[in-house]
Structure formats: structure tokens, C-alpha cells
Design a protein around this ligand. Structure first.
Ligand SMILES: [Zn+2]
Length: 512
């Protein structure tokens, strides 16, 4: 009996796991069996491996072939194991010495003619390979750039099984070398700049505060006033991702798309439709757990437009990731943890008809309809949203011809955001927190008390409120610190507290 081993990997969620492939050739009934795969996948993999080997010019070994995939407990999803299986079979058939691939992870789906298709999840696989002490990888040619993001790995791109054999040093004429990947366009979003949003000074300031302190934000306003325009521009005023975050974001992109356009350094933006299912948004579903849009928004922005129109179950499902920064999906055989640390932006019309703020009284909703509409958002979800802002209809002079591009650019605002974040980093160094939005209220009150002359006026105004809650006050306090950080002050003053109260309460017009 002859045995040869190769290594490959599978991706579950956004994490890769190394899989050992072992091919045995023995006397007996001619055929191929694969252990450690689901039934339907076995048949398909067997057909692809056999056809690819034959098309590459090698005779199919007239032996009893057994291919084992281990560890056995790991569910083997996808088709990226093909190339490693084909190479193991050829090595077991003495076509080359398997020790040539000893410290190499091989990834790629084979087509019937032996060509190698681009794969998903190559970056997480490369990260796992480096972690497990492998020093080289053979990947589909289109995936070379993303695998090469991991330092210390020698990465070889192949276009076909024959090409892979030639690179190992085996004499093989068949099989083309493939083409380098075209960079994917959609990952370079057209620059959306804050200066394109006319007017909306209060809302732009609220967005800046949200960006600086990492606060979740809700935008309330009539249809067409520019809520989406504002939300889409939040990534443009967020700081560029640091290397750790950039690799995490690129790894998610690598799982979601075939072939990435290099390291992603801009905060991602995901905007699910309100009709989307909980599995599409949060992740999960049957068989291989699907990566949801909140994971696509990891380290970036999740925008829920027309938030009251989302299913209650979807809004409910956001609570746990908002709290923990990840989604946990449990299966009988394994558990998957998907990263989901995002900044939430929700937009809502003030009522079902959208005209509740109209000064000419065009709203056709009853008071009960209005209350019920926003009440869908109230409770635990709204509890996590620090900033609530009314987006007003722009004034005529702000939309008049000639008023275009009059506002500050995203770069100008982003510079203030970066400076404010530096102040937070210094203040919270040595704590588990980096941003004001993460700091628990009791800690803020106890360890960073404000002088009584600053708090007096704030407390007076608070007394005038209907039902001030401790948590609401904590949120205002956090916002006041962010306002102070933006203004370059060492601590909030009366003015910062007053602004924070307005940012939280939206002039009392947010009924929820
Ligand atoms: Zn209405």
C-alpha cells in the first residue's frame, strides 16, 4: 500500500481550519472512496479529481484509492479541497515525492478540465497556515494577492493542476497557467464626501460626534431629507483601519467574495434591505453557517434604513452582537463565532406617512399610529443608541443652484475625529476601553467626576424632563466627553453638557 499526504484547509464562518489529506493506493477493487466528507460532496469531488487528473495527461490509477480527510469531526464544506486531493493521489501513485509539499497548504477547486477556480476565504486560510507553522501555499492564481498579505508565507499561484505539477518540478505539459486576477471594482467605493450634503449642519455635527466617540446614531426625518446621504458618508470621516482591523475586514471580504482587491483600510459599510431575513443579516442558516451583513460591517458601519420596517425578530437579533461584538452560532457538532463589532446607524421616518414634522400639517397618521411606529424601535435597541438627531428638510437657500459643495470636506472632519480619538486613547489607556461609547456610565461618573459648577445647570434642566433615566444621563455624559474631545478640552464644560443633552433627546420630538 502506498500513502501520500498533503495539507489543505476549510473555512467555517470566517475562520480557517487545516485539513490533512491522506491518499492510499492499494490492490483491490478499482475505485475511489473519500472518507470525512458529506455524501453528495464526495461524489462531486471524486468526479472533479478524476477528470482533472485524466485531462492533465495522467492515467487514472487502476487501484483501490482511499482518500481520508482529517480531523474527522470537522465538517468539510466547499470544494477548495480538490487540488490537495488530486496532488495526494498523484503522489501516492509515485508521480512525484510528496515530501515536496510537506510544509505547504494547497487550496483550490478543480474544474473537470483541470483548471483551478478562484476560491473564497484564502486570506483566513493563509492566516491559519502561518499560525500552524506552514511556510508555503499553493493557491488559485486569482487569490495570490490576498494570501501574500500574510507575512512569512511563500505563495505560489496556479492556473491548473498541470501548472501546479510543473511548479513542483514534475514534467507535465498540459494545463494552462491562468491569468492574474482583475482587481475588483466594487471594493473601491466612489468617494462619498460630506461636502456633497447641503445644509444639515446639526445632523453633520451629530455624525461627527458619533464618529469621534464610536456612538451608535439614529437619524429621524421625513423621506428624502438626506438621511441615507449622511449615513453613507460616515465611513469617510472614520479613521483608516489599523493593520489588525484591516486584516480582519479583508478576511471577511475574502470569505464573501472570490478574490479581494488587497488590504482593505477603509471602514466597511453594509446596508441590508428591511425585507432581509435574520440569517442574511445576522448570519447562520442551514449547513455551512452563512456570514451575515453585520459581519460584513465588522469594524465599520451597519446602516438600517427605514428601521421600523425591519422584522422585530431581526432587530431583536442585533442586541447580542451590539453587546458582545460577535455572533455565536451553535451547531450540534461545532460552534462558529463570527466577528460583528460595528457602529450602528439607523434611519427612520417619524411616522408611517413620513410627514409628522411637516409644519403645514400634511401628516395623515393618528397619534396612536405615530407612537406605535417608533415604539417598534424603542426598548433594548434604542437603549444602545447614544445619538438621536432630527434631520430637517433643507432650507431653500441651502439647496438653491450655486450652493453645491459648500460644506466642509470629509477629510477636514476626519482630521478632527482622529484628534478626538487620540485624546480618548490617552485617557482610556490601561483600561479595556478605547472609545467614549464603550465606557460604562458608573465608571465615568465615579472616576471622572465633573466640577459642581459644571453639573449644576445640567441637573436643573434634567429636573424639567418628564422621566429622566440614569442610563439616559450616562449616555449624555459620554456624549459630553466626546464633544469635549472634539473641541480639544480636557473635560466637558456646561456647553458640552448642553450639546450632549440636545444630541440625546432630539428636542423632545423622539417619542420613543
Ligand atoms: Zn404621518
Amino acid at each position: 500500500m502506498r500513502i501520500a499526504r498533503t495539507a489543505t484547509a476549510i473555512v467555517i464562518g470566517v475562520d480557517a481550519h487545516i485539513v490533512e489529506v491522506e491518499a492510499h493506493l492499494a490492490d483491490g477493487l478499482v475505485g475511489m472512496s473519500i472518507t470525512g466528507l458529506a455524501d453528495t460532496a464526495v461524489n462531486e469531488a471524486r468526479d472533479r479529481v478524476r477528470s482533472a487528473i485524466v485531462c492533465t495527461g495522467y492515467p487514472w490509477p487502476q487501484r483501490r484509492i482511499t482518500v481520508g480527510l482529517s480531523p474527522a469531526w470537522l465538517p468539510k464544506f466547499g470544494s477548495g479541497l480538490d487540488l490537495a486531493m488530486a496532488l495526494a493521489v498523484l503522489a501516492a501513485d509515485d508521480r512525484f515525492d510528496a515530501s515536496l509539499l510537506e510544509r505547504t497548504v494547497v487550496v483550490g477547486e478543480l474544474r473537470l478540465d483541470g483548471r483551478v477556480s478562484p476560491a473564497r476565504g484564502v486570506l483566513p486560510i493563509a492566516m491559519a497556515a502561518a499560525r500552524w507553522g506552514y511556510n508555503s501555499m499553493i493557491v488559485p492564481r486569482a487569490n495570490v494577492a490576498e494570501a501574500a498579505l500574510v507575512p512569512g508565507l511563500e505563495v505560489v499561484g496556479v492556473g491548473s493542476l498541470g501548472h501546479a505539477l510543473r511548479l513542483i518540478g514534475v514534467d507535465c505539459e498540459a494545463g494552462d497557467e491562468g491569468m492574474d486576477a482583475q482587481p475588483r471594482e466594487e471594493l473601491k467605493p466612489a468617494a462619498k464626501d460630506l461636502s456633497e450634503v447641503r445644509g444639515q449642519h446639526a445632523a453633520k455635527f451629530a455624525l461627527e460626534v458619533a464618529a469621534a466617540g464610536g456612538h451608535h446614531i439614529a437619524l429621524l426625518g421625513a423621506p428624502g431629507v438626506g438621511k441615507t446621504l449622511l449615513a453613507e458618508r460616515l465611513p469617510s470621516i472614520l479613521p483608516p483601519l489599523d493593520i489588525e482591523a484591516a486584516l480582519e475586514v479583508t478576511a471577511v471580504q475574502s470569505v464573501l467574495h472570490e478574490g479581494t482587491a488587497g488590504l482593505q483600510t477603509i471602514a466597511p459599510f453594509a446596508s441590508p434591505h428591511h425585507g432581509a431575513s435574520a440569517a442574511a443579516i445576522v448570519g447562520g442558516g442551514r449547513s455551512n453557517p452563512r456570514v451575515g451583513l453585520i459581519t460584513a460591517a465588522h469594524r465599520g458601519v451597519l446602516f438600517l434604513d427605514e428601521a421600523p420596517e425591519f422584522q422585530s425578530s431581526v432587530l431583536e437579533a442585533l442586541r447580542q452582537p451590539l453587546e458582545s461584538g460577535y455572533v455565536a452560532i451553535a451547531r450540534s457538532e461545532f460552534a462558529v463565532v463570527l466577528p460583528a463589532r460595528f457602529q450602528l446607524v439607523i434611519a427612520a421616518n417619524p411616522c408611517p406617512c413620513g410627514q409628522a414634522f411637516d409644519r403645514r400639517g400634511r401628516c395623515s397618521c393618528t397619534p396612536i399610529q405615530r407612537r406605535k411606529y417608533l415604539a417598534k424601535l424603542s426598548g433594548p435597541l434604542m437603549d444602545r443608541i447614544d445619538v438621536r438627531v432630527i434631520v430637517e428638510t433643507p432650507a431653500p437657500h441651502e439647496v438653491a443652484l450655486g450652493a453645491e459643495f459648500a460644506g466642509e470636506s470629509s477629510a477636514t472632519v476626519a482630521a478632527r475625529v482622529v484628534a478626538a480619538r487620540e485624546r480618548q486613547r490617552a485617557r482610556w489607556s490601561g483600561t479595556p476601553w478605547r472609545l467614549n461609547a464603550e465606557v460604562p456610565g458608573p465608571v465615568l461618573r465615579r472616576d471622572w467626576p465633573l466640577p459642581s459648577h459644571v453639573t449644576r445647570r445640567f441637573n436643573e434642566q434634567l429636573m424639567e424632563k418628564d422621566q429622566p433615566s440614569a442610563r439616559g444621563v450616562d449616555r449624555m455624559l459620554r456624549l459630553a466627553w466626546t464633544c469635549a474631545d472634539l473641541a480639544g478640552r480636557a473635560a466637558p464644560d456646561e456647553q458640552d453638557l448642553a450639546i450632549a443633552m440636545r444630541l440625546r433627546d432630539a428636542g423632545g420630538r423622539w417619542a420613543a
